[in-house]
Design a protein around this ligand. Structure first.
Ligand SMILES: Cc1ncc(COP(=O)(O)O)c(C=O)c1O
Length: 464
């Protein structure tokens, strides 16, 4: 049986997603024309040619001015920004009287708004999972600076999921009379694990605010904010539909956004600011958090991208990603060297249950030693395969996956020469060879069977 027939026999639902094959031909032709095998959707999504055409036509048909004004060209920009804002909320099914959409540069900028403005104080708590992007980890520095305590709940091998009992215990230890924030990703950018959305209401019932990082989840999964009601949701739109880059959002509950207080103002964030009167009055959200001039030419392209996803439908996208991920998991775990040793070690769940299309793994030689990343990277690049190496800005999940202990890290970081600064090469010397992290393969919107099959052939080339 040919591999494709075997795949279809096991994942028949893939055939119901053929509209993506048509779309790939019509609008993502450059991938195959240039023989690219794109497997870094968790890094960034890809855009359809028609998204560009629609955006260009829109730009060509209007004159846009800086939106901080009331002249005709300014009002034109404002109208399209507000239309995009309404559409973002509608896309996530977020009731307009409950949620506000604050446009930002990316998910990290959305997270920074929460970090710098959340009312952490002496004795308050910031609780987060080991499995988090660094832009969520970074909030701990704001929390600590304001006297809050920071607690991490670990992930557990082999699946890299959270021990729910431990999380629930930690949630019980809320500080009374204080603001307490829980932060976790709806989907891990390291392992693809999808953490339960049920934690949102559980934590809120115990008095916590919840930051749900949806950056890696939203590209291939529907997030319905009429069902799940996190307080703060950061997003990057390029991860969802590739274009434009440089635009993200913080979706925030209106009552939760009122808790955020900023100790600065900028162009556009006030109703009145005075120099001689030495006073300023903050505008209401979203303007209060949108520093300076919004990216008014690109924001209208967000609506085009969201409509693109809507037209394909999350069910189709999700199903396709599930089938390809299932096949990858199955085929990779079956690869053995002649001496019977595994070629690949996957960090995270080995089934498609509650996981997305992101796989973190390492290649091992027939003695069980890690194959060097440089060798893997060179070989992948020769085949025009785009994958990612390292820790993917998620050190918590990576350290557990690679079994790098806190003691090992402390002894490295406390060496006199590394107290102030350390380069990635120094770090590799300290923690060698585990410090090179893992290989990340991620499927997404227009992935197809050939993409994953090319990666599997690449993997087989390391069999001894
Ligand atoms: C889960 C998650 N959160 C946050 C981010 C940060 O996104 P950005 O770099 O677009 O700000 C990423 C980026 O990879 C991510 O995967």
């Amino acid at each position: 049986m040919q591999p494709f027939d075997k795949f279809i026999a096991q994942f028949p639902a893939y055939q119901n997603t053929s509209l993506i094959d048509d779309l790939r031909r019509s609008d993502y032709g450059i991938l195959d024309d240039q023989s690219h095998v794109y497997l870094d959707y968790t890094g960034g999504g890809l855009f359809a040619a028609y998204q560009l055409r629609e955006h260009q036509a829109l730009l060509a048909a209007h004159v846009f001015g800086n939106p901080h004004s009331y002249n005709p060209t300014s009002l034109q920009s404002t109208e399209l920004i507000e239309q995009a804002r309404r559409f973002v909320l509608e896309f996530f099914n977020a009731p307009a009287d409950e949620y506000v959409c604050i446009f930002t540069q990316n998910a990290s900028a959305a997270l920074k708004i929460v970090g710098e403005s959340y009312p952490f104080g002496e004795g308050c708590r910031y609780l987060l999972t080991f499995d988090n992007h660094n832009s969520v980890n970074g909030i701990r520095e704001y929390a600590r600076a304001k006297g809050a305590s920071v607690t991490y709940v670990p992930v557990i091998l082999p699946d890299l999921r959270i021990d729910q009992a431990q999380l629930l215990n930690a949630l019980q230890e809320k500080s009374a009379g204080c603001f307490n924030l829980l932060a976790y990703p709806a989907q891990s950018n390291f392992s693809g694990v999808q953490h339960p959305l049920e934690w949102i209401a559980q934590a809120q019932a115990l008095g916590w605010d919840v930051l749900l990082d949806a950056a890696a989840f939203a590209p291939t999964n529907k997030l319905d904010l009429s069902v799940w009601k996190p307080d703060y949701v950061p997003l990057s739109f390029y991860k969802m539909f590739g274009y434009p880059t440089g635009v993200g959002a913080l979706l925030a509950r209106k009552d939760s956004v009122r808790k955020l207080s900023r100790h600065w103002f900028a162009g556009g964030t006030t109703t009145v600011a005075s120099v001689r009167g030495n006073k300023y009055y903050p505008a209401e959200a979203p303007a209060r958090f949108e520093d300076g001039t919004l990216d008014y030419l690109n924001i209208p392209a967000v609506e085009i991208g969201l409509r693109h996803l809507q037209k394909i439908g999350y069910e189709t996208i999700h199903e396709r990603v599930r089938c390809l991920t299932g096949w990858l998991l199955q085929e990779l775990t079956a690869l053995r060297h002649a001496n019977g040793k595994d070629l690949v070690q996957i960090y995270g769940p080995l089934t498609t249950q509650a996981r997305g299309g992101t796989l973190a793994l390492n290649f091992l030689d027939s003695n069980g030693k890690l194959i060097e990343k440089k060798r893997l990277e060179t070989a992948a690049n020769q085949r025009r395969i785009s994958i990612r190496m390292g820790f993917f800005c998620n050190p918590g999940a990576g350290e557990v996956a690679l079994d790098i202990s806190g003691d090992e890290l402390s002894s490295c970081f406390s060496r006199p020469s590394y107290e102030q600064r350390i380069s990635d090469l120094d770090f590799q010397r300290c923690i060698d060879p585990k410090a090179t992290g893992a290989v990340r393969v991620s499927v997404g919107l227009v992935s197809n069977f050939n993409d994953v099959q090319t990666f599997l052939e690449f993997a087989r080339s390391f069999l001894e």
